[in-house]
Design a protein around this ligand. Structure first.
Ligand code: ADP
Length: 480
């Protein structure tokens, strides 16, 4: 049987390109999910021009119609979260529960921004010149390119596409080629809404071709990107000559601080969820566990015990708690980091091995290092896998210094019962999101999300702050 083929959605039509890629499950590479069209250079141009034509029409569409379209997308995502969550787990490798939860969350982003369509913000003022009134309002940015990674193929796409459409923009959506099925499913739902043709376009294809074309086009007004630091830098360089607006979420190297007075069960749970959920493939993951001496031995022992009992296997199998990593390249990179950590002098407590499976799967046992130093490469690079390293420190002051000693700054966490230390950490952690007695991974959808230093560039995503990127302010003066 021929695998099913899936096309791009450009200017209100489903179009094949010249080539297709295969989408295979990381849980079993014999499981072919489908073949996905790759947009050609001409098709990217066609989509950009269609988006330019459609955007003013979409911006002029009545508020209720815009609200209703977003609401309907959210409703369908939530109603189909089991089906689409299973598909997401099948192509990305996270567990069924994580996949279903992500699709439902994607729906909530559309609901939040549906409401935002109606919640019209603006302000007015009297001029310093008598008889003149000032009206300040937000207008759409225009045509936006949305470039997303594979680790949250539904959620990341939704937290960008929903505000883009809510605020009257046209969208060119370039998903990661490793997870096109989730992107296609989302695009198919959007394609059935009453949007002027060209308002929303799906452009599956390689980053260097499609993503690069979007970022370097003078006909695109902004790019919202989530991915690696290296790609972000490249993208900013090609976008710079046109001075287009950028919003970028990139790497991270988050720390979870565990102090002597922490509740041990809670500390272990926060470290486990924060470092290993989603197979550790989260930009919010805490791969550095910064621990003070009084709790160190007990914490490492209990976390290692927890890890030894994790069932790693096929994402969709009942009882599996950790799925495979995304692909063979990532698995190799992870295993190289496990070897590197040992060469650097960290002590491998458990895990870090490729797991033999009946299927060809990219599974590994979750790895925990102890006795790490913050200057080791494994504690500098974003590894993006189920690998964490305990860094012993003397006291809270050293813990804070170590947590902040990184090129990145997305999330930071602390587990403690001390109000003084929790409060100090909240105020002094150099990160965009700080968690107290919670895992570093796991954020809400109605408040801003983003980081500092090399983790982020441009305005914040999500919550009320999403309008900062997707709109531009106009200050209008009127003599009555
Ligand atoms: P990840 O490690 O999450 O795959 P990448 O930065 O490699 O991060 O990819 C994130 C997204 O950026 C993907 O959709 C990818 O195809 C796209 N991308 C990769 N290279 C470029 C590029 N040169 N210009 C624009 N987008 C790119």
């Amino acid at each position: 049987m021929n695998p099913q083929t899936f096309l791009n959605w450009i200017d209100g039509q489903w179009l094949a390109g010249e080539t297709f890629i295969e989408n295979r499950s990381p849980s079993d590479t014999d499981d072919l999910i489908g073949q996905y069209a790759q947009a050609t250079g001409d098709q990217v141009q066609q989509a950009i021009e269609a988006a330019r034509r459609a955007q003013p029409q979409w911006a002029a569409t009545g508020l209720e119609k815009r609200h209703d379209a977003l609401r309907a997308i959210g409703d369908e995502l939530i109603a189909r979260s089991e089906e689409l969550g299973r598909q997401l787990a099948r192509e990305e490798g996270k567990t069924r529960a994580e996949g279903v939860g992500e699709v439902a969350r994607a729906g909530q982003f559309f609901h939040y921004f549906a409401a935002e369509v109606l919640r019209q913000h603006g302000s007015n003022a009297d001029s310093v010149r008598p008889g003149i009134e000032i009206d300040v309002r937000r207008e759409p940015l225009g045509v936006v390119g949305i470039i997303t990674p594979w680790n949250f193929p539904m959620a990341t796409a939704s937290w960008k596409i929903a505000p883009a459409l809510a605020f009257g923009n046209a969208v060119l959506f370039k998903p990661a080629n490793l997870t096109p099925a989730s992107a296609w499913a989302l695009a198919e739902i959007i394609s059935r809404q009453a949007l002027p043709p060209g308002t929303f376009n799906l452009l599956m294809g390689p980053g260097e071709a499609v993503g690069n074309r979007l970022a370097s086009s003078p006909r695109v007004d902004g790019i919202s990107f989530t991915g690696s630091l290296e790609t972000g830098r490249r993208l900013a360089a090609v976008a710079a000559p046109n001075l287009i607006k950028l919003q970028m979420e990139m790497g991270s190297k988050n720390a979870l601080v565990v102090l002597d007075d922490a509740d041990l069960d809670l500390a272990v749970e926060c470290a486990f969820q924060g470092a290993y959920s989603g197979t550790g493939q989260k930009c919010t993951a805490s791969s550095r566990l910064v621990v003070t001496p009084g709790i160190h031995a007990a914490f490492v022992e209990r976390l290692a015990e927890r890890l030894a009992n994790v069932r790693v296997g096929r994402a969709l199998d009942e009882g599996v708690q950790m799925g495979p990593v995304i692909d063979g390249r990532q698995l190799e990179a992870n295993l190289r980091y496990v070897a590197l950590g040992q060469r650097e002098g960290a002590r491998l407590v458990c895990g870090g091995e490729a797991l033999a499976r009946p299927e060809r799967a990219w599974c590994m046992s979750p790895a925990l290092f102890d006795d790490g130093r913050n200057d080791m490469q494994i504690n500098r690079d974003e590894m993006f896998g189920p690998i964490a390293c305990v860094i012993p420190v003397r006291d809270y002051d050293e813990a804070l210094a170590v947590a902040n000693d990184t090129a990145f700054g997305l999330t930071a966490g602390i587990v403690t019962q001390s109000l003084r230390h929790a409060t100090h950490f909240r105020r002094h952690a150099q990160a965009g999101c700080v968690m107290v007695n919670l895992p570093t991974a796991g954020t809400d959808y109605h408040v801003p999300f983003g980081g500092r230093k090399a983790s982020s560039y441009g305005p914040r995503e999500q919550g009320p702050n999403a309008s900062e990127f997707y709109t531009t302010l106009k200050t209008a003066y009127t003599r009555a």
